[in-house]
Ligand binder design. Sequence first.
Ligand SMILES: [Zn+2]
Length: 131
Amino acid sequence: MEIGVLRRDGRTDPFFDGTAAGRLVVRRCEACDRWFAPDASGCPGCGEEDLGWAEASGAATLVTWTILPKEPPAFLALVELAEGPWLHARLDGVERADLREGLALRAAFEHPDEGESYVLFRPWTERGSVR
Ligand SMILES: [Zn+2]
């Protein structure tokens, strides 16, 4: 499934270095013990403008989604990481009937031939990945 070629913009280098290594790296404010999306520009809690980066667990839940009318259909989702931040990402290994708010997901990584590696999310159960 094609989502286009991703290029890094300098600000997001740690995020893409993470996805290349199969790690979900997002913004974190150490002072407040709060996590933020990779594109966050500062901490609203303490005003820190230079947020750090830290590896998230990869666990997430489905918040909302859009189905792109393609064949096969593409699923674009807004997911909530276990650490709190929300991320836009593609879903993989899902069927239309699987989709519900709160669906347990786990990060997975795609490494296209061209462009940056990126994160997508697959359904997750206690026994492991569904597919
Ligand atoms: Zn803070």
